[in-house]
Design a protein around this ligand. Structure first.
Ligand SMILES: Nc1ncnc2c1ncn2[C@@H]1O[C@H](COP(=O)(O)OP(=O)(O)OP(=O)(O)O)[C@@H](O)[C@H]1O
Length: 424
C-alpha cells in the first residue's frame, strides 16, 4: 500500500488546456478534478477539498487572484500555483503576496508543469514536517522513558534553568520542546540557539528570551565570551521571565576539568538536570519508536507505508545505535525511501544499517587537499551524489530524498557537476 497522492484541482476556461493538464497529471498517478470557471471552481473546492490548486489568472466570471484569496481564506493550508499566458511581473508579485506558492507561464510544457507540481508538493511535505518536527510527547513506555517524562512534568513550570544531558541523537531537542509545552511560557515561542548563533549582545539575548523558552544546544561548546555573558545575565537576574533549557553531550564536569567551561556558569545551570538514556539502554522502546517514525514519515514526508517484519524489528533491537534515536529515524527513512516491497525484512535492515556506518577514512582521502575549497567542495559533492545515486540505482527522486534536497535542486546540481544519473 502506498500513500495516496494529493488531489489536484485544475481551473482553466480553455477545455483543451484543462484536459491536457489532467492527462499529464493522471499519467503521473495524481488524482485530478477540473473546473472551467470561477463558480464551478468554488463548488469543487468546497466539496472535494483539494490539497493543490492550479489556477488560471484570466477567466470570464472572476479573476484567478480574487479566487486565490478566497481559497486561501477558506483553507490557509491549501497550496495554489497560478498559471497565466500573459503573465507580467506585477501579476506574479500580486499572486505571491496573496499566498500563491508558485507561478507557471503558459504555454505550458509537460516538464514545466510537472516540475511546478512536484515542487509545490515537496514544499507542502516539508512545511508539514517542520510544523511537526517534534513529537508532541516523547515516545517510549520503558521505565527509563516513563521516569524521564515524569521528571519533566515535575520540573516544568518552575522557571529554573534545566540542563539536559545525553549523547547525540538521544532526544534532547525533543525533550526540550516537551518541557516548553509543559512550561510557563508555552504560549511564547520555542527559540533555539547554538554556540554558532549565540547572540553576544545582552539586550538581544534578553529580548529574545523574554516570555519564551530559550533552548541552548551544545552549551559546553559556547565561547568564553558567550559563557561570561550568560553567567552575568543569570547571576544578575536579568534573564528572567523565560524558561532556559541547555543541552550538552559532554558531562560539564569533564569540560570544567579541561578548563573549557566556567565553574560559575556550571553552578547556575546544574540545579535541575535530566539525563537522557542512550537508545541501547532502552531497546524495549524500539518497536514503538519504529511505529511512530513510520507513521510520521508516511503521513508528513509523503513516503509509502511499509511494514517491518518481526525479524526486522528484532534486528533493530539488537543493534548498538551509536547515533541513538536520530540514527534509528534515519535508518527508517532510508528503508521507506529505498524499499520496493510492502514488507521490510531483516536483510533490508542489515543493508540500511551498513549504509549508516560512518565513511571509512579511505572514502575521504579521495579528496585532493591541495586544491582551493571551492574545487574540493565540488569534488566532495560529486563523490557524495554519485554514492546516493548508486544507492538508489540512479533514481533521482529517491536520491534527493536521501540527500534531503528538492528533486529539482538535485537535477540542477547534477547538471552543474556534469553527472548523468542514467550512467550511474
Ligand atoms: N523519545 C522520542 N520520541 C519521539 N521522537 C524522538 C524521541 N527522541 C528523539 N526523537 C526524534 O529523533 C530526532 C533526533 O532527536 P533530537 O534531535 O531530539 O536529539 P538530540 O539529542 O537533540 O540530538 P543532538 O545532540 O545531535 O543535537 C528528532 O527528530 C526527535 O524529534
Amino acid at each position: 500500500m502506498s500513500t495516496e497522492k494529493p488531489l489536484i484541482l485544475v481551473v482553466d476556461d480553455e477545455p483543451d488546456i484543462r484536459e491536457l493538464i489532467k492527462d499529464i497529471l493522471e499519467d503521473e498517478a495524481y488524482r485530478v478534478v477540473t473546473a472551467s470557471n470561477g463558480e464551478e471552481a468554488r463548488l469543487v473546492f468546497t466539496q472535494q477539498q483539494p490539497q493543490l490548486v492550479l489556477l488560471d489568472i484570466w477567466m470570464p466570471d472572476v479573476d484567478g487572484i480574487s479566487l486565490l484569496k478566497e481559497f486561501k481564506q477558506q483553507n490557509p493550508g491549501v497550496t495554489i500555483v497560478m498559471m497565466s499566458g500573459h503573465g507580467t511581473i506585477e501579476t506574479a508579485v500580486e499572486a505571491t503576496r496573496s499566498g500563491a506558492s508558485d507561478f507557471i507561464e503558459k504555454p505550458l510544457s509537460m516538464a514545466k508543469l510537472l516540475r511546478a507540481v512536484e515542487l509545490a508538493i515537496e514544499n507542502r511535505a516539508k512545511q508539514a514536517a517542520q510544523r511537526h518536527e517534534f513529537a508532541l510527547e516523547p515516545v517510549g513506555k520503558s521505565p527509563k522513558m516513563a521516569q524521564l517524562r515524569e521528571q519533566a512534568e515535575r520540573v516544568a513550570g518552575h522557571e529554573m534553568p534545566i540542563l539536559l544531558i545525553g549523547e547525540g541523537g538521544t532526544g534532547k531537542h525533543c525533550f526540550a520542546y516537551y518541557l516548553h509545552r509543559l512550561g510557563l511560557y508555552n504560549s511564547g515561542k520555542f527559540i533555539e540557539v547554538s554556540p554558532e548563533s549565540f547572540p553576544l549582545d545582552s539586550h538581544k539575548l534578553v529580548s529574545l528570551a523574554q516570555n519564551n523558552t530559550l533552548y541552548i544546544n551544545d552549551v559546553a561548546l559556547l565561547s568564553d565570551e558567550a559563557q561570561a555573558l550568560l553567567q552575568h545575565l543569570l547571576e544578575s537576574g536579568r534573564l528572567k521571565e523565560c524558561q532556559l533549557i541547555c543541552a550538552t553531550q559532554l558531562g560539564l564536569d569533564k569540560v570544567i576539568a579541561r578548563g573549557d567551561f566556567s565553574e560559575g556558569l556550571f553552578y547556575q545551570l546544574n540545579t535541575i538536570t535530566l539525563q537522557l538514556p542512550a537508545l541501547r539502554d532502552h531497546v524495549e522502546d524500539i518497536p514503538e519508536l519504529v511505529h511512530f517514525f513510520v507513521d510520521q514519515q508516511t503521513t508528513q514526508a509523503d513516503l509509502p507505508y511499509r511494514r517491518f517484519t518481526v525479524a526486522a524489528q528484532n534486528r533493530l533491537r539488537n543493534y548498538a545505535w551509536p547515533g541513538n534515536v536520530l540514527e534509528l529515524k534515519n535508518v527508517i527513512q532510508r528503508l521507506l525511501v529505498l524499499g520496493d516491497s510492502d514488507d521490510i525484512d531483516v536483510e533490508d535492515v542489515e543493508s540500511a544499517l551498513q549504509a549508516e556506518q560512518p565513511p571509512q577514512a579511505d572514502d575521504v582521502t579521495g579528496i585532493n587537499f591541495d586544491q582551493p575549497l571551492r574545487e574540493a567542495r565540488e569534488q566532495f559533492e560529486r563523490i557524495y551524489l554519485l554514492q546516493k545515486l548508486q544507492e538508489t540505482d540512479g533514481n533521482v527522486g529517491k536520491a534527493a530524498k536521501l540527500a534531503g534536497m528538492e528533486r529539482t535542486h538535485l537535477y540542477r546540481k547534477l547538471r552543474a557537476l556534469g553527472i548523468d544519473s542514467k550512467q550511474v
